[in-house]
Design a protein around this ligand. Structure first.
Ligand code: ATP
Ligand code: MG
Length: 456
């Protein structure tokens, strides 16, 4: 057991005033009951660098059942590793995990010999605070804030790496990335979001091991692919993934090598330009739907495929649908996207084409206005127009139509506290003045009840 570097309160910027009050209450109650109670992981990193943490995770030496007994408003969750969730008003959850270590089988020479067997599959076991720090991925994510002393405890050199602005694995990156290849994606993501460099050994290890990322569970990878898009640092993250060969390993159609040689440059260029615009929207306070964000990622590939199939006009509208099935389905299967999201993405991409051939003022637009994907498709068109400089006027017209509330009326959203779905009587009448019916909507493809557009 080694002694951590201890930064007393006067030597770090973390003030209790920045800690979520509910998380603070949990820390204090654990402490008063005689347990160790630390703020752990990303929240310490973010507070140390003056950022607002997404969540405040807590580490303790209390066992999950002991935590459960201490908090009436808690439940123990998890099969692989059990931890406690303390529930607060408004759906807020504070996660409390017992310190744990990498299982014994992973440690020592034995575990290091068979490279392929490093992948962590077995359960974790309880451990000391130091062991808990050592099992974490990067030094900057391995810091603790101790509520007993208000000090920051550093077992892993995280403070120094925060000062030097580097993403470094705890331990040998060749081992840590083989244990869990998702960490390679995370290394780039943290570098992009914090504007940190990756340490030399981390970069080299990713170059060596980038193909291993395909061994990770698809839903975990997909979460990592979506997260930076949702949080406004998509472009820089995808750029680092691309440079590191990770994007190519995961999504070759998008990553480059698998894409048609001639258009490789431009497809990637379009991707980064789209993500730059999505990040700009985020910075301006607009939250884009997952369907819009994923459609933006797929759009350059779809364009490539459409181009390779020859002129659109000759093939007719069914052509686009076929291309979408052929391009989006394999990607969606590999990414294990939920069906509803795959369907939304295809609808958004299909609708995008229609938007450019229909003006919001066209009478035929009523058909489009009932589409649940319309808003997401307009958002994509807006990204595309800004990214490419094309269709600006059309995009502006649709954006303006959305702002006016055209076709997308507020009553489609349930009133606060209303039953779900809202009763029909609360819906606006259909454009022809009739009450909305549960019959199949003219423009819709589903039998779900839909509200038709209000007249513009
Ligand atoms: P944010 O939530 O802002 O994206 P974070 O650092 O909190 O960043 P999480 O994914 O919430 O990231 O993980 C919480 C903590 O758990 C991390 O800070 C890290 O210490 C640890 N951790 C997460 N994923 C891994 C992993 N794959 N391997 C080892 N440790 C991990
Ligand atoms: Mg977190």
């Amino acid at each position: 057991m080694s002694i951590p570097r201890i930064l007393p309160r006067a030597e770090h910027p973390i003030s209790r005033g920045y800690i979520d009050p509910d998380a603070l209450r949990v820390l204090y109650r654990l402490h008063r009951a005689g347990y160790k109670a630390y703020l752990v992981g990303g929240s310490v990193r973010d507070l140390m660098t003056g950022r607002t943490p997404k969540d405040f995770d807590i580490g303790t030496d209390a066992r999950p059942q002991e935590v459960r007994r201490l908090f009436r408003n808690s439940r123990v969750i998890g099969r692989r590793f059990r931890l406690a969730h303390i529930l607060f008003e408004g759906g807020k959850v504070v996660e409390v995990s017992t310190f744990r270590k990498i299982p014994d089988a992973m440690q020592g020479e034995e575990g290091r010999e068979g490279d392929d067997d490093l992948l962590i599959r077995s359960d974790n076991t309880f451990g000391s605070p130091e062991e808990d720090a050592l099992r974490r991925d990067f030094t900057i994510n391995g810091l603790f804030y101790d509520i007993a002393t208000y000090a920051v405890l550093d077992f892993v050199g995280g403070v120094e790496d925060l000062e030097r602005r580097v993403v470094r694995t705890i331990g040998d990156p060749l081992i840590r990335f083989r244990e869990d290849p998702v960490r390679m994606l995370r290394a780039c993501e943290f570098a992009a979001r914090l504007s940190f460099a990756m340490s030399e050994d981390v970069r080299a290890a990713i170059t060596e091991l980038n193909r291993e990322v395909t061994k990770s569970a698809a839903p975990r990878v997909t979460e990592e692919l979506l997260d930076p898009l949702r949080r406004g640092w998509g472009r820089d993250t995808y750029r680092l993934w691309s440079e590191a060969g990770l994007l190519d390993a995961l999504l070759p159609e998008i990553g480059g090598a698998g894409a048609a040689r001639a258009s490789e440059e431009s497809a990637q260029g379009l991707l980064f330009a789209l993500l730059r615009e999505a990040d700009a929207k985020h910075a301006a306070g607009t939250r884009l739907e997952d369907a819009t964000l994923l459609s933006a990622v797929f759009l350059p590939v779809v364009f490539d495929a459409v181009r390779r199939r020859g002129p659109l006009s000759a093939a007719g509208p069914g052509h686009v649908l076929l291309v979408l099935e052929d391009t989006v389905n394999p990607l969606a299967i590999r990414m294990a996207l939920p069906n509803h999201l795959t369907e939304s993405v295809k609808h958004v991409l299909e609708t995008l084409g229609r938007l450019t051939s229909t003006r919001p003022t066209d009478p035929g637009v009523r058909r489009l206005a009932g589409r649940p994907y319309l808003r997401a498709a307009i958002a994509l068109l807006s990204l595309y127009a800004r990214a490419s400089g094309r269709y600006r006027e059309v995009a502006a017209a649709w954006d303006e139509a959305v702002e006016r509330g055209f076709g997308l009326h507020a009553a489609a959203e349930p009133f606060p506290g209303a039953l779900f779905p809202p009763p029909e009587t609360l819906m606006l009448p259909a454009p022809d003045g009739r009450a909305p019916s549960r019959r199949r909507h003219r423009g819709g493809r589903r039998r779900r009840p839909q509200v038709s557009a209000a007249p513009a």
